[in-house]
Design a protein around this ligand. Structure first.
Ligand SMILES: [Zn+2]
Length: 874
């Protein structure tokens, strides 16, 4: 293909024209849809004068074009693949445009498309231009009116944004008229038409207005919406209480759809959700999936303010809405569940996924400088690291100033499209803090590393902490500046946490150190013994910390630290050391002993602990995380060491694990946080026990599988059997029974596919190829692609990294095929191959060979961008 053009932040210009009102009419026919638009356009007084109008449009059939009711001739305009140019337009006019589109043929799932007979839209980031010609950019905000026309009785519901003005039948045609009074960019437009059931409820806002709440699904799923509805109401209340944000329209609608590229979309008043993020029922949904529904429903709802009322000026500012909204949903989830577990999940996700992204060829700042295809920038860096940046701001400012800052931001920029800088400026203005250096977090890519060492002066009773910061080079950014890094710490002595006295000021037992220079030493006074430093408490910054702990310091933190993240981090540190020693062929008994003794003491005391936290503490570091610690990683050695450690721990902790499993059997029901925590610990214990080849544990797993009252327990037992080689007979039996039981529930069938694609032993590539031929698989459905292909490539480390390189070639072939239909999903599937630099020979070379073979194909812009960046030699 020809090289696509790069879009750069530095080239941003204000729009030359604005669209004050947008009137759309959709005529839905069986084979095609006719879209008629009337746009009230004015030239932008903020911009230079011009008389040619450029509108975005792709894959559209233009039927007619008129200005102020005067039809245009072919000499008045020009159409290219992506732009419609209209010459010599007046300063103010109404453009009337008719286009024809084919939603049935839309397999990319961008714009208007059909999924299981239902029409729906996905316009973020640039899908609206596949519906009609438009200024499809977020800084053009317009008031929308939408009319949907279809044969009477064709659809039970016909929805769009805002409030419904009328719903009538004329000459056998049903006509539904919607109006959204709030100005919005085109990416927030939505339309749905289908035969759907509706769950209704209502919410009284803090100012006393009554809001109608509706969740639409296919009839077969109508019993699975209660939890999402409860989550929505909790989120609405929380946003009023914590941020003072009230909902604005008369109704709020959620629609669930099977075929969806993303998790969900915050279209104004009409959120569209992937079924996987809204449907939930205790029989068929795991606890983890329940929590995901709660957080995604909240996330999309919170966007009504952080995203919709105040939106992004351009797509480089994507983190303005996503980073802020992820931070908001994480805090909501922490308030609803265990805060410690939620924080560990967040930190673990950053380390396992975002740090890896930040060390690879796609590394980019939270506010990128350039892109070829914006769809490729819906990344962990924009979302998760962006949220960490807002979290750091909130912590630096403190709760009161942070709230004043967000109040000012929402008030000052309501109805506008703004930038990350505008957000930080509000925080600066209300707090009086200088955030000049802090702003670098938005422009500098890469994961900062803190190298920490210490010294103790017994005579002076002084403890010195030496901190050096360093951010490694990333593509296009060889030189890095020192960042403002908030480092939260506590110092533990024999008697517990010590008072922190710095330059005569007593900060109590915990404080945040502002690390702003490349090297810095902090001196603590009145320290009576050499302490164990508890560093980066609550994961106070998205950085790597390197401090050479003694074994007994780690043991002390594991058992006594009051911060959940630091306890978990201490276990991960110890496990990481055991793995490293094994990989280097230099296993040391004291390290493994320290780990086993610590875990034993925790397990013996399990009933007194936050059981969800204990389940996290028992979690081994992922292979990806271990690999990321090496310049060049040996995947076979990593997998082998990890499997061996898991087995060793199971044997050493067998009595404690069994006692814990049995004590928790039968007494955990319901969806309370405590019940979920107990189930997670019990199932973690089962997972370990199943590493031991004994009939008694296979029996326990079988019994749990066949008698489970909920999906969490049933699926955990299934996974434990499928993933244990010695249980293959029981596993075959259970897999069959599971499919029999759940074959009509698409979301559960996806779990059935996934558990097989992630099996760590046997010829899994062969199994995966067979799954692609299974009637339950559908290559056009993104959830199925994620359940089989993405799960295999991302979550099955040992099977994906095989010496033959066959799995790499398999992935490349699949991507080439999927790219023909759905470029967004194809580009995302490419991620595991992009890290070829990270692996020793021959793995790295074989991964690169797979990328080379993919580059022989005709590729979309999406895949081309990721591929070309990955193939750059370092
Ligand atoms: Zn979002």
């Amino acid at each position: 293909m020809s090289t696509p053009s790069i879009t750069r932040l530095a080239d941003y210009r204000a729009p030359e024209f604005l669209i004050e009102k947008t009137y759309l009419s959709f005529d839905l026919n069986e084979a095609y849809t006719d879209v008629s638009s009337k746009l009230s356009i004015v030239s932008n007084p903020q911009s230079g004068k011009t008389s040619d109008l450029f509108l975005h449009g792709e894959q559209l059939e233009l039927l007619s074009l008129a200005i102020n009711d005067q039809p245009l001739s072919s000499a008045d305009y020009q159409i290219s693949r992506e732009v419609l140019t209209i010459y010599n337009v007046p300063e103010q006019f109404v453009l009337h445009c008719k286009t024809r589109i084919y939603p049935d043929k839309n397999t990319a799932l961008e714009g208007l498309y059909r999924s299981s007979g239902m029409y729906c839209t996905q316009c973020e980031a640039e899908g609206f231009r596949k519906i009609t010609y438009y200024l499809d950019r977020p800084d053009v905000m317009s008031e929308f009116e939408t009319v949907i026309i279809a044969d009477d009785n064709a659809f039970s519901v016909m929805l769009s944004n805002g409030n419904c003005l009328s719903d009538s039948v004329v000459d056998g045609k049903r006509i539904v008229h919607w109006h959204d009074p709030f100005k919005k960019p085109s990416y927030l437009f939505a339309l749905v038409a289908g035969n759907l059931d509706c769950l209704e409820d209502s919410f009284i806002t803090q100012s006393g207005r009554n809001v109608l709440l509706q969740i639409y699904t296919e009839a077969k799923d109508s019993d699975k919406c209660d939890f999402a509805m409860q989550s929505l109401k909790k989120a609405m209340r929380w946003d009023e209480e914590v941020y003072g944000r009230e909902y604005d329209l008369d109704r709020f609608m959620i629609v669930a759809v099977d075929d969806f590229n993303m998790g969900a979309m915050e279209n104004k008043g009409l959120n569209i959700f992937n079924t996987s993020c809204v449907l939930a029922h205790p029989k068929s949904t795991t606890d983890a999936a329940f929590q995901r529904v709660e957080s995604v429903v909240a996330h999309e709802y919170f966007h009504n303010w952080s995203g919709n009322r105040v939106t992004c000026r351009d797509w480089f500012q994507l983190s303005l809405k996503e980073g802020l909204t992820v931070y908001r949903d994480e805090e909501f989830s922490a308030d609803m569940n265990s805060r410690a577990v939620k924080r560990i999940d967040g930190a673990s996700f950053m380390r396992n996924v975002q740090f890896v992204e930040d060390a690879g060829p796609m590394a980019h700042p939270v506010r990128p400088d350039s892109y070829l295809e914006i769809s490729n920038f819906y990344t962990m860096t924009i979302y998760e690291k962006g949220a960490e940046v807002v979290r750091m701001l909130a912590n630096i400012l403190g709760p009161e100033n942070y709230r004043k800052g967000t109040d000012l931001y929402f008030e000052r920029f309501d109805g506008q499209a703004v930038t990350c800088d505008d957000f930080v400026a509000c925080m600066e203005e209300t707090s009086g803090k200088d955030l000049h250096q802090f702003r670098l977090w938005y422009s500098q890519a890469g994961t900062p590393q803190l190298h920490i060492s210490d010294s103790y002066d017994a005579e002076r009773q002084q403890y010195h902490l030496h901190v050096r910061q360093h951010t490694p080079e990333t593509p296009g950014q060889p030189l890095k500046q020192a960042l403002h890094i908030p480092l939260k710490i506590t110092l533990y002595g024999e008697q517990g946490a010590q008072d922190l006295i710095i330059e005569g000021k007593n900060y109590g037992e915990e404080t945040v150190l502002d690390i702003c220079r490349e090297q810095q030493t902090i001196v603590f006074d009145n320290i009576t013994e050499k302490p164990s430093p508890s560093l980066l408490r609550e994961f106070s910054a998205p950085v790597k910390v390197d401090y050479d702990y003694q074994l007994q310091q780690l043991q002390q933190l594991i058992l006594l630290d009051s911060d959940g993240f630091c306890r978990w981090d201490a276990v991960q540190n110890l496990m990481g050391r055991v793995l490293h020693e094994a990989i280097e062929g230099d296993s040391k008994e004291p390290t493994q002993d320290a780990l086993i003794q610590s875990l034993k003491r925790l397990l013996q005391n399990f009933s007194a602990m936050d059981m969800g936290l204990l389940a996290c503490l028992l979690d081994l570091p992922s292979e990806h995380y271990v690999a990321s610690r090496y310049e060049k990683a040996d995947p076979a050695a990593i997998s082998q060491a990890r499997t061996h450690l898991q087995h060793q721990l199971a044997l050493a902790l067998e009595p404690e694990l069994l006692a814990c499993y049995q004590a928790l059997a039968g007494e955990v029901a319901g969806l309370s946080a405590e019940a979920m925590a107990a189930r997670s610990l019990r199932n973690r214990a089962l997972g370990y026990l199943m590493c031991i080849d004994k009939a008694i544990y296979r029996g326990l797993a079988e019994q749990q599988f066949f008698h489970a009252e909920n999906m969490t327990d049933q699926f955990a037992a299934l996974k434990a059997m499928v993933h244990a080689e010695h249980a293959h007979i029981e596993a075959q039996h259970a897999l069959q029974a599971f499919y029999q039981q759940w074959q009509n529930d698409a979301l559960v069938v996806n779990m059935w596919l996934q558990v097989q694609a992630t099996k760590p032993w046997g010829d899994v590539l062969r199994d995966v190829r067979a799954l692609l031929e299974h009637p339950a698989f559908d290559k056009r459905n993104p959830n199925k692609l994620r359940a089989v292909i993405a799960a295999f490539a991302n979550q099955n480390f040992s099977q994906f990294h095989q010496l033959s390189g066959e799995a790499y070639q398999f992935l490349a072939e699949q991507i080439a095929d999927i790219d023909q239909r759905n470029p967004q999903i194809a580009a995302r599937l490419l991620t595991p191959l992009t890290h070829w630099h990270q692996f020793i020979a021959p793995y790295g070379q074989l991964m690169k060979a797979a990328l080379d073979s993919l580059s022989q194909h005709e590729l979309s812009k999406d895949v081309y961008e990721v591929l070309s960046k990955s193939l750059v030699e370092s």
